[in-house]
Design a protein around this ligand. Structure first.
Ligand SMILES: Nc1nc2c(c(=O)[nH]1)N[C@H]1C(S)=C(S)[C@@H](COP(=O)(O)O)O[C@H]1N2
Ligand SMILES: [Mo]
Length: 325
């Protein structure tokens, strides 16, 4: 069982402003929500898992719902979102991160923000949690492999952080570097990627309100396998742009080298916008399987341009998205 095997975070401190009373009431709310979800037919297993999850009271991350930026589609069960992962630093199989990521030490943790900025900053995770009001946003996540999930993330727009460091006029791109510590990450022994895992965005993409700096999901601190203690979530791009366990954010005048693009440039472009009209060289991107709805007869869904986030289309006016995939 996920929770017994993966005690990550149970020993973590949590934001000191959360009082025992809030924890108690928060937990009550959570259990109510959990019971409602379970009632929709997820069965006993999920119920048991969510019960264990709800009891990790210190892990609660209170956030106000940002309904305007959220999809109302059915949320992926927590056990799938936290049990079916890509986090190659902890292994290549979908179940590897949940099994192995307990070795990740998420505190103390700092993120350095530097480069083309007037005020470089090093922030610890508690400062990041307090930098802006935490919001819950339910986003679709579409992996380039052809599956998707619907996940309630907790965090805020990355723009809150970028504004604080005051980008210079030369800042045109943002590079995101994630932890690469062989002592904590057994997957680094594999040569699939050139570690550390690095991703990048154009500055206007990074400043877009949908782009999220994320510390939690499902009302709780992120499980290690989902990129604790802080990750990026960019919902209109393939999942690999949403880099996990960030340690450095660097503003640059030039486009950064990124891990997947570097490994296979013909397969993974810098932009990586979800686009049903541009196939991966080895498979179609026209449709997707929603994780948690598996079963033999669950129909595939049509993949939507920009993963359905049409509000970003103006960022790409005049850009040939077949060429700049
Ligand atoms: N550091 C790091 N970040 C990563 C990855 C990774 O292997 N390492 N995988 C990416 C891929 S391919 C996807 S689909 C998403 C998956 O996020 P999730 O497991 O929280 O659903 O994380 C992305 N971020
Ligand atoms: Mo992915």
């Amino acid at each position: 069982m996920l929770f017994k095997r993966n005690p990550n975070g149970l020993d973590l401190p949590y934001p000191s402003e959360i009082t025992p009373q809030e924890i108690y009431t928060g937990r009550r709310e959570f259990i109510t929500r959990m019971a409602a979800t379970a009632a929709v037919g997820s069965g006993v297993w999920e119920m048991a898992n969510r019960e264990a999850f709800a009891q990790t009271a210190g892990q609660k991350l209170a956030a106000r719902a940002n309904v305007a930026l959220s999809t109302d589609e059915k949320q992926t069960p927590f056990k799938d979102a936290a049990g079916y992962n890509n986090f190659y630093e902890f292994g290549l199989d979908k179940s590897d991160p949940a099994e192995n990521a307990h070795t990740l030490r998420t505190r103390p943790w700092t993120v350095r923000i530097e480069g083309e900025v007037k005020k470089p900053l090093t922030l610890d995770i508690d400062s990041l949690l307090k930098l802006a009001p935490l919001e819950e946003r339910v986003y679709r996540l579409r992996c380039v492999e052809g599956w998707s999930m619907v996940i309630p993330w907790v965090g805020y727009s990355l723009s809150n952080l970028l504004k604080q460091v005051e980008p210079t006029g030369n800042a045109k791109f943002v590079e995101f570097t994630t932890l690469a510590d062989p002592k904590q990450m057994p997957g680094l022994r594999s040569g699939v990627l050139d570690w550390p895992y690095v991703e990048g965005l154009r500055i206007d993409e990074a400043m877009h309100p949908l782009t999220m700096l994320t510390m939690g999901m499902y009302g709780q601190v992120l499980p290690n396998q989902n990129g604790a203690p802080v990750r990026l979530v960019v919902p209109w791009k393939y999942g690999f742009k949403s880099a996990k366990s960030l340690v450095r954010i660097r503003l640059l005048s030039r486009q950064p080298k990124t891990a997947w693009n570097d490994m296979a440039p013909r397969e993974y472009g810098f932009f990586s916008n979800v686009n049903p009209n541009v196939d991966h060289p080895r498979w179609s991107q026209a449709s997707e399987r929603r994780i948690g709805e598996s079963g033999l007869f669950a129909p595939k869904r049509k993949t939507l341009m920009f993963n359905g986030y049409d509000q970003v289309s103006s960022l790409y006016t005049g850009l040939d998205l077949k060429r700049y995939f």
